[in-house]
Design a protein around this ligand. Structure first.
Ligand SMILES: CC(C)(COP(=O)(O)OP(=O)(O)OC[C@H]1O[C@@H](n2cnc3c(N)ncnc32)[C@H](O)[C@@H]1OP(=O)(O)O)[C@@H](O)C(=O)NCCC(=O)NCCS
Length: 140
């Protein structure tokens, strides 16, 4: 059973940090100081629970950026990431945002395209990983 919660940073922190450290720092070798920025306290966080275990997370910034999408390796390709993304988009819509944007790692462009995002501009590098800006317009 999959359940997505929307939480503030105080409530999400323990599980979201654990998942992000595992995925971004251990798996993708992103430096810890880049992964942990100072935006978390201002964001809303999604936590995905699969059969009672927290396996994925993502965040929505006040300016409409979605980021830090991460699902533990053993729980991928089950729809968890898609459910997190759609829940964050729903939250953005609820807040009256007209669009959401994100910096996709290029390997995940297809995933975001399938959820209504389109590429904008050129590929750029961040934390040693190629990224692509993508946008989804929210129709009311
Ligand atoms: C990107 C990520 C969040 C997607 O999470 P997920 O739970 O695997 O997402 P979903 O299961 O909803 O969708 C994955 C899609 O890729 C497909 N897929 C096929 N093989 C796959 C594999 N080995 N791993 C992941 N996805 C795979 C799935 O079928 C699915 O297709 P769909 O969108 O047509 O349904 C996850 O792969 C991840 O955490 N990656 C590492 C961190 C990262 O790169 N984050 C993104 C930063 S922009």
């Amino acid at each position: 059973m999959l359940r997505i919660e929307i939480l503030d940073w105080a409530a999400a922190r323990a599980e979201a940090s654990r998942i992000r450290l595992k995925v971004f720092v251990e798996e993708q070798r992103v430096p810890r100081e880049i992964e942990m920025d100072d935006m978390d306290a201002a964001c809303l966080h999604a936590l995905a629970w699969l059969d009672g275990k927290a396996v994925g997370t993502g965040r929505l910034l006040p300016d409409g950026h979605i980021g830090r999408m991460a699902v533990l390796g053993e729980s991928r390709a089950l729809g968890v990431g898609g459910a997190i993304l759609e829940r964050l988009v729903e939250e953005a819509r609820r807040q009256g945002m007209r669009e959401v944007v994100l910096s996709a790692q290029t390997h995940a462009i297809g995933f975001y395209r399938r959820h209504g995002f389109s590429e904008e501009g050129e590929v750029f590098e961040e934390a040693g990983i190629p990224h692509q800006e993508m946008r989804r317009v929210l129709n009311s």
